[in-house]
Structure formats: C-alpha cells, structure tokens
Design a protein around this ligand. Sequence first.
Ligand code: ATP
Length: 573
Amino acid sequence: MTTDPTPTPDHATTTPAGAASTPGTPAAKSMDAIMALCKRRGFIYQASEIYGGINGFWDYGPLGAQLKKNLRDAWWQDMVLRPCWGRSGPNGKPVRCVPVETCIIQHPRVWEASGHVAGFNDPMVDDKQTKQRFRADHLFGLFARPQSSGGQGHFEIPKVTIVASTVGEAVERLVSEKPLRKIFNVRDVGHSSGASGTVQADLGGGMHHWHVEAVRWNQLDEAALQEVPSPFTGKRGSLTSPRQFNLMFKTYTGATATEDDKVYMRPETAQGIFVQFKNVIDTTRVKVPFGIANTGKSFRNEVTPRNFTFRSREFEQAELEFFCHPDESVDWYRFWRDFRMEWWKSVGLAGDNLVLREHDKDELSHYSQGTSDVEYRFPFTAPGFGELEGIAHRGNFDLTQHQRHSGAKLEYNDTERGEPLPNGQRRGERYLPHCIEPAAGLDRGVLALLCEAYTVDPSRASPEFLKLHPRLAPIKAAVFPLVAKDGMPEIAEKLHADLCERFWRAGAIELDEKQSIGKRYARMDEAGCPFCFTIDGDTLKDQSVTIRERDTGEQHRIAIDAVSGFLTDKLGG
Ligand code: ATP
C-alpha cells in the first residue's frame, strides 16, 4: 500500500497538493498552475535550479523581487513611517514605532536566553526503508469506518497515513489526489470538510462507503505507533519513534571552528529587538508605549519544507515588538490584533479566505494573555487555513530572560507614572514593559497575494491573470503604441518617459511595442499590471489614449495629459 508513489528526495521540491474542491475559493485554484505562472513570468524560481534545486530554498525573479519589496515597503510605511495609518492607540495618542536592523548571527547566549537552544525543536520521524524524514505532527492517520456500521467501528490503527500540514489538507488529498484515488480505488467522493469526509473506495475488505477522519500522529495511542503504515510505502513497522530535532542552523565564527566558536543563524528577527531595547531607549527619545520594528531573513532547518514558499528553510520576517505598561497590555494586544487583520485586507486579501484565529487558553504560553493568528486559506490548506502572521501578547518574558542571562538592567523608568513629588514631577515607576508581538512572514504574504490574485477566465485572451492590488503590483502601468508607425511609437516613448519620471518610486512602468495588442494586454495581465495605455489612430487626432483596466478588461479614453493624474489617483503619491 503506497500513499505517495513519487517520494521526494531531500534536495528536490515537494509537489504541492492539487486543486481542491470548494468552488469560488482558492481551493478551486490549482497550485501547480500558480507555480507554473510564477516560474513562467519570473516571480519565483527554485534556488540552485540548474543543479537540481535545494529543498526549502526559493529565489525571487524580477517580478517577484519587486512584488516582495512592495509588500515589505507597505509594511514599513504602515508600521514604522506612519504607524497604523496615523490612528491613535488605545491610550488616545498616535502610535509610535522606530526601526532597527539587527544581525543574523548574534551571541549564542541570546538563543539560550530566548529558549531556542533548549526548546526550538520539532519531533522528527524517519522512514527506515526510504530514509525520508518528516515532522511527526505533520503525519495524519486517516481512520475509516464503513458507513453501514452506523458510525461504529474500530479506530485504533489508521488505514492510510499522509504527510500534510492541516487536517483538512489530509482529507482533501485522499479525496482529490489521483495517485491516492487509484490506490484505494476511490469511485465516489461525498462531502469533505475540515477533518472528515466520505468516500466510496476499497480501504480494506472490498468496496464500501467509508467515513474517513484525519487525526494527527501525536493524538495516536503510543502502542499503535509500530502499526502505523508508512506514508511513503504503506508498510507497517518502518517508522521510527519521534525524536526531537533543533531547527536552528549552526555554523562557526573564525578559523578554528571548534565547539566554542559555534553560532546560530537566527530563527526569528524578534530577539534582535529585545537585545537592543536598552540602546534604543538610551539613544532616542522614545517613551513607552512604543514599538521597535525589524525585518530580515530568518532561518529554520525545517524537517519537511513544503507547499512552495510556505514552509522554507530561509525566509523573511517583518516583526514588531510593541512595549507597553503591563496594565495597558491587553488593550494594546487587541489593538494590534485588529489592526494587523485590517492591514492584510488592505493589501488585497479581503474575503472569506482570511480569518483571525484566537488561540484557545490551553494553546497559550504561560506568560501570554492572548495570541491570535491571521490565517489565509491557501489552495494547499483548503478548506483549512495556514498562518500568515502571529500576534502574541508575550508579557515581559523576553526582557526578563535577557535581563537574567546578560546581567544588564533592562527596566524602564517611566517618568509619567509613579508617585507625585512635591516639586510637581513624578518619582518614576520602574518596570519591565510588556510586549505585543505582531510577527509576519513576507514570503507567506507574497504567496497569499499571488494565490488570491490568481484568476482563471477562459473567455479572455489572458485566461490566467493576476488581480494584484495596485499598491503591490510590480508593474504599475504599461504603454503601447497600437502599431509601430505613423508617429505612434514616438508618442508612446514620450508618455512612457514622462510616467517613469513621475512614478519611478512607485514601481515599474513598461513600454511594449512587440506583438499584437491582445498579446501585449495578456502579458501584462499575467504580470498583474493594473493599467495599460494605448496610443492609437485617435491619439494623433485628439490627443487622447485608451485606458484598459486589467480586472474588467474595460476600455475607455482619456486625454493623454490626464494619464499622470489618473495614475496618481489610483496609485497614490
Ligand atoms: P508554523 O507554525 O507555520 O511553523 P510559527 O508559528 O513557528 O509558524 P512564527 O515563529 O510565529 O511562526 O513566525 C512568524 C511568521 O514567520 C509566521 O507567521 C510565518 O509567516 C513566518 N514563517 C515561520 N516559519 C516559516 C517558514 N519555515 N517558511 C516561511 N515562513 C515562515
């Protein structure tokens, strides 16, 4: 019994789950098609592709690099330059944030204090036969019982196992993936939602209607583990017990490369903020409450990198630590949680595909008074969701740890609080501020934007196109001469030069003179360019141009002199 007939070697790319079944949502979109478009149009390439690729690493091509920069810039503008779009916080005052840029390699004791050396582990399981490795908590057992049993039946041993990120993905793969359907002779698929589904198949002992239910490995009975079929070969007894595996990449500083020289590549950008907290307080005029923002690469030696860029070993984070008085921390937590959800909507992820999931009390760390995830329904998680950003109330856990491990005094002297003195001033209240941490992943953000924007419409000349938000689109506008004669190219070149001069900060403006006008529109649609301006015969007579809007395909005319104003309205700035 094989659940994955094409096991993936460690250096190759994992093929994502295929299209799922809920119409009108990204579930109906094919991840293979999205990945193909990303490659074809230069958004995302496999890293080291000419050497066969390296699992868990991705490069961005010209359009992808600009798209990601636009997302990073949007985050920076709305979190650092004009935090929360100029809104006031729960204290009634404008939100204040400052940036830092900290090193990927820090003193190794930073990671002892943060808990990453001791606790940043994933449970790892090996298949003794195929040597494949995966995260134990990503192994799902699909339990099945005949529907005719009226819901009764034994559930100790899963019929099939599948490596997946969510329960929904596991069930969805059984009912939608061709190889799995073939193995189990799946004929008819009933409903599938969340953790369960119904299939007509031969899951053992003949063709039946089965009710299938997915359960994570760590919920399985220990005694049953040896009986669990391998997700790669279906054989029983070939999986090892889970072992803890630290996710931090290690390297050495200096030439001697002894154990004493061992350092770690940061697994998150946040700790760089905590260790510079005192310097920022001492060298600027910021006062609590305020935030410190940090963006940059992080590294995790993920056991099972998968689902395109969603789970990579090198990725970029955009993190904020917002420091506040303990009494105000719950209000600030709620404020940031709601703002971050609103922000993701503002860049184009509105709709049913975005949810804010508040963690249950038993999911919270002992120091936390709340954590929420902004989650997106990716095609490979549908009908479930995958985390885009976590917003955590971290109490004063991190500052306490760094104060204890470094010996540095990290307390804040709040001169706006504390006992009033006879001279009218205050004595100052000393405390370790509490921290709210909105921690976003830019690569997952780009992937969500691409999945959301990807649209299929067979009636168009561009049957696949990207409805990217104009703020994020890597190409903002394109200028075309209808034909390469009658002075049209010269007018197009002049308009293109004027728009580049005016809008170069916003993004690329393209000039394209080749191929038919339909093909040029289609090229721009696939790149997610929202507006095209065409110089045609009428331009020569009345100085007007055709505007063609990507999402509707509608065309209308405006004066050539009004193009710049039109784009200013649409792009801002
Ligand atoms: P997960 O549970 O998916 O492993 P996490 O909860 O460990 O994620 P955080 O430590 O909260 O993630 O990191 C903040 C953000 O960084 C995540 O919301 C995600 O967007 C991004 N991120 C984390 N790990 C990866 C990864 N391996 N590849 C791409 N992005 C990642």
